[in-house]
Design a protein around this ligand. Structure first.
Ligand SMILES: O=C([O-])CC(=O)C(=O)O
Ligand SMILES: [Mg+2]
Length: 561
């Protein structure tokens, strides 16, 4: 077994490959990490429920979220049943540990907390051997991969380029695929494509386990990506491939290139877009009821011009076309602000053509030569009904701006979406305080409910985990040839329709997280239906079923610990 092949033999869970696993590092060197095999219980009377109790007690004693994260990662590999039982019992408490925000810290410290391989680490140095590596890997697995989450680590949450540490986000997303979507854990394959990193302190860390080179150019990265996508689609022909946390330019380039060729989608552009469209459907309705203004008159200001911002704005345009607006009219409802201010046709970098191509769609032509460099100035100029933050700047929605939104609107819509919490534009408590409790709020990372004026106020969490498990699972069950834009929008509509009467009455913008399995089945059913309507499905047994029957099929197909 060559080093490159050997390093593939460890995975999300060790069940598939446990006996084959020589504990190797991603670099192929012998690892000093102790390998845990699943030895028989020392006493036959130890039951799974005792193990679960013990795990819960142990977690309570661990002093930091990062230590809990590390401990749980080991448990997942050793005993996925136990790990996912714990999450099933306390999703609200454990999602922030195995996913956002703690997963961000785990990615930043990946090389320091490393306890052995968790998935597939592919190095750009091996790019000519990718088909060989993947097909040998596939031939050794007992369960075929169903969902691949792949990153190059170049833009992890709002934390920047973390190189090989990006593996943590692929793993975190797959934790939610199983916990929230019901994918079989043995069918989960986290992948990191190591193309170097431009973050010098990571690259120079003596513990760093990735390639110590500057990040590959987009051209070099595309060549590697082409090989990976082709080899992955051929080695794992049934799998859905989710792109995660690529820097904006690469994210858009890869999505455009592969969207019609492979069963893939980009979670940050499309998943986040879908979730925010769903939340906005609920929020705009509540805001219009409060103000008496028409739905089509909403105006949305975005702070941020990256892949998520542009992806979200484009997906949200569907809200306005649903109200009867044309595409051009829908686009006119959006104002995007990047680090240089409002993106106008007269801004010097726009005039010289230097502005990133993904932003060009939202250039404003109506500002008559005036520039609006700050958020406050844009709010005064536009008088928006909604403010969306994807800027990765902590506290970027300041008191003055939020109070101004509350002056302009009876029920201001404010979505500070940057992740993790350390990058979030506005906390839930400040949002309530500065709007006299009138805000319609959703953040990307979790906040606790707050009691105010005798009412328990529950924050919305507009995080893509409300849809990506359903999108991936739906595409998988449908045997969809591709994941179309129509299927993405269908996921948003299904999510907004999944709100119960009780949740609507409580003013929630999203279904409660403790119903994520039900919600994911609804989302998946919406995705399957759309794939069928567009002729993209291959799963004949699902054809001709109505919505309720499709939801039942999705529920039945879910894996449970
Ligand atoms: O991982 C999350 O929490 C949401 C996400 O995709 C991102 O922020 O990049
Ligand atoms: Mg992401």
């Amino acid at each position: 077994m060559t080093a490159a092949i050997a390093r593939a033999f460890s995975a999300f869970t060790n069940n598939d490959v446990g006996t084959l696993t020589p504990p190797l590092t991603p670099n192929g060197n012998e690892s000093k990490t102790v390998s845990f095999s699943r030895s028989p219980s020392p006493h036959p009377a130890i039951t799974p429920s005792q193990n679960l109790l013990r795990l819960k007690a142990h977690l309570q004693n661990l002093p930091t979220d990062l230590l809990k994260h590390v401990h749980l990662a080991r448990i997942r590999q050793e005993d996925p049943e136990l790990f996912f039982s714990a999450i099933r019992d306390d999703l609200i408490g454990l999602a922030p540990i195995v996913y956002t925000p703690t997963v961000g810290e785990a990615c930043q410290k990946y090389s320091q907390i490393y306890q052995g391989p968790e998935g597939l680490y592919l190095s750009i140095d091996d790019k000519d051997r990718i088909p060989e590596i993947l097909s040998e890997y596939a031939s050794k697995l007992s369960t075929t991969p169903q969902i691949l989450v792949v990153t190059d680590g170049s833009r992890i949450l709002g934390l920047g380029d973390l190189g090989i540490g990006g593996m943590g986000i692929s793993v975190g997303k797959l934790n939610l695929y199983v916990a929230g979507g019901g994918v079989n854990p043995h069918g989960c394959l986290p992948v990191v494509l190591d193309m170097g990193t431009n973050t010098e302190n990571i690259r120079n860390d003596p513990l760093y386990i990735g390639l110590r080179r500057p990040r590959a150019s987009l051209e070099e990265a595309t060549e590697f990506m082409d090989k990976f996508m082709q080899a992955a689609a051929s080695a794992f022909p049934k799998a859905v491939i989710q792109h995660e946390d690529f820097y904006s330019e690469a994210a858009f380039a890869f999505l455009e290139k592969y969207k019609e060729q492979y069963r893939m989608f980009n979670d940050d552009i499309e998943g986040t877009g879908s979730v925010i469209l769903a939340g906005f459907l609920a929020a705009a309705k509540q805001a219009s009821e409060a103000s008496g203004k028409s739905l089509k008159d909403h105006k949305v200001v975005f702070l941020g011009g990256g892949s998520a911002a542009v992806g979200v704005a484009k997906e949200m345009m569907n809200f306005f076309t649903m109200q009867g607006l044309t595409e051009d009219e829908a686009r006119e409802r959006f104002w995007l602000i990047d680090t240089k201010g409002l993106i106008t046709s007269t801004r010097p970098d726009v005039v010289s053509g230097k502005v990133a191509s993904h932003k060009k769609y939202f250039i404003r032509n109506d500002t008559e030569g005036k520039e609006y460099p700050s958020l406050a100035e844009v709010i005064d100029y536009v008088q928006p009904t909604a403010l969306v933050g994807l800027s990765t700047t902590f506290g970027a929605f300041g008191e003055a701006e939020v109070r101004r939104m509350a002056e302009l609107n009876k029920a201001p819509i404010i979505f500070p979406l940057s992740n993790p919490t350390s990058k979030c534009e506005l906390s839930f408590s400040d949002a309530l305080d500065w709007t006299d409790g009138r805000v319609l709020f959703a953040s990307g990372s979790p906040y606790n409910p707050i009691e105010r004026d005798g009412l328990l106020r529950e924050p919305g969490q507009g995080n893509n985990f409300l849809v990506f498990p359903g999108i991936g699972f739906g595409a998988l069950q449908a045997g969809a040839k591709t994941v179309s834009s129509g299927m993405i929008t269908a996921s948003a509509i299904a999510l907004s329709e999944a709100l119960t009467e009780e949740e609507k009455a409580a003013g929630l913008l999203y279904p409660r997280l403790n119903r994520i399995r039900e919600v994911s089945a609804e989302v998946a059913a919406g995705v399957v239906k759309k794939a069928q309507e567009e002729g993209l499905d291959t799963a004949e047994h699902l054809r001709g079923l109505d919505h309720a029957a499709l939801v039942a099929e999705m529920n039945n197909a879910q894996w449970w610990p």
